[in-house]
Design a protein around this ligand. Structure first.
Ligand code: FAD
Length: 422
């Protein structure tokens, strides 16, 4: 059986980069096509048009990176993370006093890790760049694919071409295309023409916007922990029943914060161009935040940073024949309230390659089987196994919004926690 295959990965986000790493470590020829420029180039616009977001990395994602066969990757990841051992609920008592209530995630002290998505992505790209069997194609947008003939087409945007100039188009061939091109995946769109894909997408009535809590002013050589104005080892939550404000620590002493609220509230806050409604809104629903972010900064961030929607996508199957498979947000974009979107995407990669390896081993001695039919059986198994788990995580993520913004405040929740903790 021929072992070396041409694997093309669409999308150089965290999931596509890890998929390329798994494929390249198995000796395949790997090509990565990415719509945007190289993330490591400061002129490239980050994914959400602002600073890169902070994510919660959990064992699910760590395990996928541990199994990538690159010890340096996991060392780097661990050195660039901040452990969050629980959530810190912020509120105000009836007498007006502000309080913080720490709720550990685990009785054994295990933590989830705060990590900068862009930093992780750049590290993955650096490792890939050093591999001789990997080639990057930045500014290449997938525009078409024929999964029966294993051919695909890309629009090449070199950044210098003027608007009147027609973009150049290129055609490539491949053995396997891995679609890791995010929630609005072009690979998934083309896959739908080849397989009877069930597909469901919904937008929830919540927009998100990013804010920053700045570090304390300290001496340049002060230890990192002295720079944080609130505990660095918690995911901070201001539950506002219908809204929520969260803060995740960054490795420069700041916090990246996110406001989640229904679209109508954003419209209400936008209705006064001076921003005068914003600080009182925060004081009412997220007590204490205006002590951490000065009102003028709150107003500036609200106006400057985009107000972005949240989408939930379920589909099945994830593959066609032996030629295409989708992973990460392309297969199961989810709302961020369970902190599992990227983690589940990284786990997709580990499971996909475990299954591909298993089928390759089974067929190793079978001289009549070619790589494509072995891969087709593997992709079939992958879709069957993975769809159920991914759909479950999508549902849990939706449910956890109620938990985070409201249930953490309810007497029933606190009573259950008290019983659990003995
Ligand atoms: P993406 O990161 O979307 O990357 C897709 C790539 O494909 C992009 O680089 C894009 O430019 C490229 N692309 C798109 N179309 C094409 C095309 N036609 N041709 C070529 N390339 C293309 N997850 C967690 O695990 N933990 C968290 O705490 C967490 N918090 C979050 C908070 C917020 C506010 C949000 C919005 C998300 C959060 N997530 C979290 C989810 C996480 O960000 C995503 O699940 C993750 O980024 C998905 O990675 P991906 O590589 O699959 O897709």
């Amino acid at each position: 059986m021929d072992k070396k295959q041409k694997i093309v990965v669409i999308g150089a986000g965290p999931v596509g980069s890890l998929a390329a790493l798994y494929a390249a470590s198995r000796g395949n020829d790997v090509e990565i096509y990415e719509l945007r420029g190289d993330l490591r180039d400061p002129s490239t616009t980050p994914l959400n048009f602002t600073k890169s977001i902070n994510l919660a990395l959990s064992e699910r994602g760590l395990n996928a990176m541990r199994n990538a066969g690159q010890p340096k990757l996991i060392d780097h990841v661990l050195s660039a993370t901040i452990p969050m051992r629980g959530r810190m609920i912020h509120g105000k008592r009836p007498n007006g006093e502000l309080y913080e209530d720490a709720q550990d995630y685990d009785i054994h002290g295990r933590a989830i890790l705060a990590i900068d998505r862009g930093g992780l992505n750049k590290r993955l790209l650096d490792i890939l760049e050093a591999m001789p069997n990997v080639t990057f194609f930045f500014n290449h947008k997938l525009t078409g694919a024929d999964f029966k003939k294993n051919r695909a087409w890309f629009e090449v945007r070199d950044g210098s071409s003027s608007k009147d100039q027609r973009p150049q188009e290129i055609e490539i061939d491949f053995d396997l295309m891995i679609g890791a091109d995010g929630a609005h995946s072009a690979v998934r769109y083309h896959l739908m023409k080849y397989t009877r894909m069930d597909y469901k997408q919904e937008y929830i009535d919540t927009l998100w916007c990013e804010f920053q809590i700045q570090p304390k002013e300290t001496a340049a050589d002060a230890p990192l922990n002295s720079k944080f104005v609130i505990s660095p080892n918690h995911l901070h939550i201001w539950p506002g029943k219908e809204f929520m404000f969260i803060a995740i620590p960054s490795d420069d002493g700041s916090f990246t914060c996110t406001l989640f609220a229904p679209a109508a509230f954003y419209a209400h806050l936008e209705s006064d161009a001076s921003g005068s409604l914003i600080p009182p809104f925060f004081d009412k629903y997220f007590p204490g935040v205006t002590n951490l972010i000065p009102p003028e900064e709150l107003i500036a961030s609200f106006h400057k940073n985009p107000h972005l929607p949240l989408i939930n996508i379920k589909c099945k199957p994830y593959h066609f024949s032996s030629s295409a498979v989708i992973v990460g947000d392309a297969a199961h974009a989810m709302v961020p309230f369970y902190g599992q979107g990227m983690n589940a995407g990284l786990e997709d990669v580990r499971i996909l390659f475990d299954i591909l390896d298993k089928h390759a081993r089974m067929d190793e001695l079978n001289t009549t089987t070619d790589a494509a039919s072995t891969r087709e059986r593997a992709l079939n198994e992958y879709s069957t196994v993975r769809v159920q788990d991914a759909h479950a995580i999508n549902d849990l993520a939706l449910q956890n919004y109620v938990e985070m913004r409201a249930s953490v405040l309810s007497p029933a929740y606190r009573f259950r926690k008290w019983l659990e903790e003995g």
